[in-house]
Design a protein around this ligand. Sequence first.
Ligand SMILES: [Zn+2]
Length: 452
Amino acid sequence: MKLTFLGATGTVTGSRYLLDVAGRRVLVDCGLFQGYKQLRLRNWAAPPFDPRDIDAVVLTHAHLDHSGYLPLLVKRGFRGRIYCTPATFELCRILLPDSGFLQEEQARFANRHGISKHRPALPLYTEQDAEASLEFFETVRFNDRFEPVPGVDVVFRRAGHLLGAASVQLRTTAASITFSGDLGRPDDPLLRPPASPARTDYLVVESTYGHRTHEPADLEAQIGDLIRIVHGRGGTVLIPTFAVGRAQLVMLLLARLKARGAIPDVPIYLDSPMAIDATQLYRVFASEHRLSAEECAAMCRVATLTRTVEQSKALDHLDGPAVILSASGMATGGRILHHLKTFAPNPKNLIMFTGYQAGGTRGAALVNGARTIRLLGQDVPVNAPVVQLESMSAHADADELVAWMRRVPEPPRHTYITHGEPAASDALRQKIERELGWRVSVPDYRDTVDLV
Ligand SMILES: [Zn+2]
């Protein structure tokens, strides 16, 4: 078995691993690169393999940095099956066409305003390309074994990071390898915790927060305090949020705060058609989260849903204070850009980030204190305070990652650290060597290793 690292090396984006196994080629994840331009350019370059030679894809979860390249893979000739859990498929049905639509929108916007160096600016792929890729999906439940190619036995285990998110183990008669996927936190208020990993010869583990320990924090109280303060000065709380996962967690906490009268009766808006659709999936996949039917209903009810563009635009002309949740979570695109343009210049508002901000994104610039940001072809001053609630992360911190690894019944022959900025990956490498005494390394882009 041969493993080639084709993404998520030195970055949290572009997860793609190529396995040459039993005479076949299997991709584990097929994500988009996001953030720094030199990374994003990889999306446009020919992939370092021929998509027609790939026999199957095994997908850990629906986030675009793991799934967002699939429409291009299919467009460029892939004709195998894409295996994932049922919830991941339902989320991909929402996320991938939206990703295509947004790219078409960006190309249209760039052409209309002449802000692209490319004439005409083209989308990476279209909504229709994304719809076409959905035909290749096949779903498998957690813990059910399947064979994506002959001689390779695969199983998904719950990763607790997002609805449907899985760690995945692939086994041949010769060796086994486990990909952690993105690992959630053991005590997430919304999702059930990650399952224990099984014995494995090789391990590929994420390191988003490999250099951090999340402060134990009462998130509900923190958010309540911030909303009261901003409401008191007549401002709006703008929450850039991942449409799937973080949006629902924020809504859950807001519903609890409202229920116990801990925040004023401020209007709350969920301004993302994608997040609205994703929220409905929490009713369908009730076994994956911790909420009762009543709590789930309260979470869904807490916000006014704005689907149309007109409704979204109206939020920028509201009379009084409000709380607005809108995508995307790293402010790389979507309706949040228009809201930032409206609300960022006024110091009475607050911009509240609730998830990891990849280097090179507007979100990272804002949490690092940028005083102006480039939005829709304009420089916009940032006078509103910006906060980041890091403990709200959907990713395990360094201690939680190591605690998960301790549950592997015996040390793997080798562990590879991916899906982190260089400082985070290297910190986790040192921590694993120190605390577990395992053989471990941080691979580079396009490194290949023989797993024997
Ligand atoms: Zn993820």
